[in-house]
Design a protein around this ligand. Sequence first.
Ligand code: G3P
Length: 217
Amino acid sequence: MRLFVDTANLAEIKEAASLGIVAGVTTNPSLLAKEGNGNIKETIQAICKLFPDGPVSMEVTAETAEGMVAEGQEFATWGENVYVKIPFCIEGIKATAKLTGLGIPTNVTLVFSAAQALLAANAGASFISTFVGRLDDIGHDGITCTKEIVDMLSMYPFDSEILAASIRNPLHVIQAANAGCDIATVPLKIIKQLYGHPLTEKGIEGFNTDWAKLQKA
Ligand code: G3P
């Protein structure tokens, strides 16, 4: 399973790129608004420079398929690795099918059910973003829903990749991997939590202590 970083913060994205294990970036209108830079094209192009070889998702905000397609065609000119993120809805699925036909990669987002995922796959979505955390937030089982989607789509020759999103903790990442997701998009804080284990830290401390003794021998 590949890891993407879920942020529009350039400092976080730069740090994520330095880790050597992050393969792409996802943004959304809320993450971009949090950064407060009204020049969205400038932000996305800066992100594309930090991740030249990985997908960078930029979400449309139009409400009609025609508007979404026009936005998507514009976003596609911002960078070769820009993926057009499209919220799941009737107009969004129409736009996904159209952009797929134009050869523009898409990320259908805000997917919460197998039914929605099936429609997104039929529209040719490159990524299908299933929101694990937000399902958990309302007492549904986000990982079970995601695994149902992985299992269902795996029976057919769809090209869509399942992208676990709305990740709330390191366990969600492991559960998404065990569910067979292709990608998980993860906040940087949680990516960094994946590294930690008390026995590893204790082991390194012990090695360093013993090595220091040897240097004095
Ligand atoms: O960016 C897509 C998704 O990961 C955001 O989820 O629930 O953290 O807003 P959430």
